[in-house]
Design a protein around this ligand. Structure first.
Ligand SMILES: *[C@@H]1O[C@H](CO)[C@@H](O)[C@H](O)[C@H]1NC(C)=O
Ligand SMILES: *[C@@H]1O[C@H](CO)[C@@H](O)[C@H](O)[C@H]1NC(C)=O
Ligand SMILES: *[C@@H]1O[C@H](CO)[C@@H](O)[C@H](O)[C@H]1NC(C)=O
Ligand SMILES: *[C@@H]1O[C@H](CO)[C@@H](O)[C@H](O)[C@H]1NC(C)=O
Ligand SMILES: *[C@@H]1O[C@H](CO)[C@@H](O)[C@H](O)[C@H]1NC(C)=O
Ligand SMILES: *[C@@H]1O[C@H](CO)[C@@H](O)[C@H](O)[C@H]1NC(C)=O
Ligand SMILES: *[C@@H]1O[C@H](CO)[C@@H](O)[C@H](O)[C@H]1NC(C)=O
Ligand SMILES: *[C@@H]1O[C@H](CO)[C@@H](O)[C@H](O)[C@H]1NC(C)=O
Length: 710
């Protein structure tokens, strides 16, 4: 399998930021040869990940933990019992947290003083009970500039560790593969190899099939074609479902799904000097904050810090959920413009949208976009998707077929395993193929996963070791030599236990983002690197990433001549230093989503707090009455005030409360006018932080569902 072939030699330059220079030819051939030989030893692929994980463990501070991962979880149903084991190791974990704060210290001194001045890592503050320090004791900030004080959150505070349950890598099927895909680098073809000569296998080609409203939701499966041993996959076959049986038996023993990225012929624009045109890889994980990334993916976190990856700690989302935040990156539009110009709910609307990948395509780049979990995909959840395939390589037909044709195992209501592999791994394997096949030319790929992060903030831990392995594979394949990689999320956790903590407000607003630059860019444009490092602790937003992508298309254009995002004309490439006087509105971030400005706790027994809370509930009742079709909703009363925080020095208060009947848990921001003793608030932007489930089944009005109790 492709993934096995390239993952054999672990990097040992973990501790140096030195780039691998390309190996001489003889050596490269040697490595490929060793790879092929070792391929045979790696035949039982489900074991590979565990092997690698335990190898990694020996190099890291979290060793004790990772060894636990070496025990394969054979079925997802064992998860509940293994969770117990994790809580038993909580002590060990606290120790790890301690150690990790020690490395933070190292890091902040190693980095240039200017950019890290704001962040003071002090071991005596590493252990806190609450992630968000009270303002009076606050000494750490993600951003501490005149217009923006974004408080630091400790991912290892005890209130978070109490609800965190580390997960193991999920082995979807422990049986050895009956069928393998072998990629031939020389002629860029794929062979289907049966491991067991007693078997017969056939493939069903997957095609895009829908028209009009079903354009992005239907696929077609051709009839099963039996193929001989080491069959070379025809270049028009991009995705298949395979079935393997014993000879003379009708019983299907293994069913798999595979993608194949073929070279484009003819190559539209022969790569001139690749050194002038970096490739771009957007590697996105839904609902992952920078804090939760550090907590749940410690190996990846450590890997990034040892390699030339640059973090933006003051990266603040600009809208509520995935769509507005991704659209800000892909189009530079604000939310209203994303809907009015790109009309995602109309067939063909998104096709007409000026997605950034079209720009790259026009410049001769090969393009790709793939996303797992078809029903909640960014452009298809309550939207119509794309009428024609938006990019050269488009993952959706494969994902639709996998979810329909293969056996599914659900974890936390997520279709986590599709047949013998996890949903996310299909996306990443496709990314691996795409980058490998196009590595001699320029490409732009966006690979987005929802399936191991969306419904459970603990679940990314199941992919941690695997993620490092994917990153190492990209490195070994030489992809990182000419690719700018952006590892990022759209927002943090938006509901559930983590969101309900005091720190949940920031957790939701601060998605993780790391950027990696190839060595030649770091060498040729040292000022980009300096600026990127300075921006680590400045306020940044998705619009800046849009501007950065445009900057990548013309690296030699002077900064002042670069195009600015339409939705935020004051935003710009992160290769330029962000002004110290930037505030949220200058970064295109609405006040409601802004994380600048500390929060001071106000006693929830305070008379003002009570008045605000009561007025809020009344505002919700009035809001419900004002909507049509909400007659069956019951009158709501204030149940309990959970917490009240004052935003910075302003008269804006953030309040968490529960309502009755129904017990809904809400968070609202409200502006208090001390003269009139009245609040102003926007009811639709009040967040519901628990599941409302079927409570509101009697209303169909979308805006009412989070409040209505039938
Ligand atoms: C950490 O903070 C404490 C109290 O603020 C201080 O006494 C101590 O010297 C600090 N330690 C370091 C290593 O800066
Ligand atoms: C954890 O930190 C404390 C103080 O910051 C230190 O005394 C202790 O030795 C550390 N523990 C470990 C296991 O590193
Ligand atoms: C193939 O089948 C024969 C007869 O059933 C059996 O002896 C042999 O071990 C099988 N070979 C493999 C590789 O499974
Ligand atoms: C399959 O069936 C054919 C005839 O029905 C027989 O000749 C052949 O030996 C069988 N092969 C195996 C592996 O059982
Ligand atoms: C969104 O952007 C458009 C221009 O693209 C602008 O006219 C509009 O006022 C913006 N809307 C908001 C809410 O900022
Ligand atoms: C990629 O480039 C290398 C060196 O220029 C060349 O040897 C190799 O054949 C190319 N590979 C493909 C698939 O074109
Ligand atoms: C942000 O800064 C700009 C320019 O200094 C200013 O006009 C604007 O009022 C500020 N916005 C907020 C919300 O403070
Ligand atoms: C907060 O307000 C007080 C008085 O209104 C003022 O003296 C102080 O400078 C303000 N602090 C900040 C950080 O704006």
């Amino acid at each position: 399998m492709l993934k096995t072939k390239y993952q054999l030699i672990p990097t040992d330059d973990e501790h140096s930021l030195k780039e691998k220079t390309s190996a001489p030819w003889i050596l490269q051939f040697g490595l490929i040869f060793v790879g092929l030989v070792t391929l045979a030893l790696y035949t039982w692929s489900p074991g590979v990940v565990q092997l690698e994980a335990s190898t990694l463990g020996t190099q890291t501070a979290v060793k004790g933990f990772i060894n636990l991962e070496a025990i394969p979880v054979t079925s997802v149903f064992q998860q509940s019992t293994t969770d117990n084991e994790y809580s038993k190791t909580a002590n060990k974990y606290l120790k790890t947290a301690n150690e990790s704060s020690a490395t933070s210290n190292e890091y902040s001194t190693a980095d240039n003083g200017q950019s890290t001045k704001n962040i003071v890592y002090n071991e005596s503050t590493a252990r806190t009970n609450e992630a968000l320090q009270p303002e009076t004791k606050r000494i750490k900030f993600f951003v501490n500039t005149p217009q923006c004080q974004m408080p630091y959150l400790n991912p290892f505070s005890t209130n978070i560790l109490n609800i965190y349950q580390r997960k193991r890598y999920v082995v979807c099927d422990k049986d050895p593969d009956m069928l393998k895909v072998i990629y031939n680098e020389k002629d860029q073809t794929y062979k289907l190899h049966r491991s067991d000569t007693n078997s017969t296998c056939c493939y069903k080609q997957i095609l895009r099939a829908g028209v009009r409203t079903t354009a992005d939701s239907k696929y077609k499966l051709l009839s099963c074609v039996t193929f001989p041993q080491d069959f070379v996959v025809p270049p028009d076959v991009e995705a298949v479902i395979t079935e393997c049986r014993r000879h003379n038996s009708s019983k299907v023993l293994q069913k798999d799904g595979f993608s194949f990225v073929h070279p484009q012929k003819p190559d539209p624009i022969p790569s001139s000097s690749p050194e002038e045109r970096p490739s771009v890889l957007l590697w996105g994980i839904d609902s992952l904050s920078r804090m939760n990334f550090e907590l749940t993916m410690p190996l990846t976190y450590k890997y990034f810090r040892a390699q030339p990856w640059y973090e933006l700690q003051g990266y603040n989302k600009m809208g509520d959920n995935t769509f507005p935040n991704l659209m800000a990156i892909l189009t530079g539009f604000n939310q209203t413009r994303s809907y009015s110009k790109c009309r995602p709910t109309a067939v063909g609307g998104l096709d007409a949208c000026p997605m950034i990948w079209k720009r790259f395509k026009a410049e001769g780049y090969a393009t790709a976009y793939a996303e797992d979990w078809a029903s909640i995909s960014t452009f298809d959840y309550l939207k119509k998707g794309f009428r024609t395939r938006p990019t050269d390589v488009y993952g959706r037909p494969l994902v639709l077929a996998l979810e329909k044709e293969l056996q599914k195992k659900y974890i936390k209501d997520i279709p986590y395993c599709l047949g013998r592999k996890s949903s996310a791994e299909y996306i990443y394997d496709l990314a691996e193929q795409f980058t490998e096949v196009h590595k001699n030319r320029s490409f732009f790929g966006m690979f987005w996963t929802n399936s191991f992060s969306h419904n459970d903030f603990s679940l990314p831990s199941a992919m941690d070791a695997r993620m490092v392995k994917y990153m190492r594979t990209l490195d070994h394949n030489g992809i990182m030599q000419n690719t700018i990689i952006i590892f990022f999320s759209d927002h943090g956790t938006r509901f559930g236990l983590l969101r309900k903590l005091d720190s949940g407000f920031l957790e939701e607003r601060l998605p993780v983002i790391y950027i990696r630059l190839p060595k030649w860019i770091r060498d040729k444009y040292p000022e980009f690197l300096d600026n990127l490092k300075a921006n680590k602790n400045r306020l940044t937003s998705p619009y800046d990433i849009h501007a950065t992508l445009k900057h990548i298309l013309e690296l030699d254009t002077p900064a002042e001549q670069l195009p600015r995002p339409e939705g935020c004309p004051t935003c710009h490439s992160v290769f330029q230093a962000v002004s110290l006087s930037r505030n949220c509105s200058l970064a295109g971030i609405d006040d409601h989503w802004c994380s600048c400005g500390g929060f001071t706790e106000v006693s929830s027994t305070d008379q003002m707090a009570k008045t605000i809370a009561e007025q809020l509930v009344e505002a919700i009742n009035q809001f419900l009455i004002s909507l049509k079709g909400t007659q069956k909703c019951r009158h709501l009363k204030l149940d309990k005030i959970m917490s009240v925080h004052r935003k910075g020095n302003s008269s804006v208060y953030l309040i968490q409360l529960s309502i009755s009947p129904g017990g809904g848990f809400l968070e609202a921001s409200a502006e208090w006018n001390p003269k009139t003793q009245k609040i102003s608030t926007s009811v639709p932007s009040i967040s519901r932080l628990d599941y409302y489930g079927t409570q509101s089944r009697c209303v169909q009005v979308k805006e009412a569902k989070k409040f209505c109790v039938c």
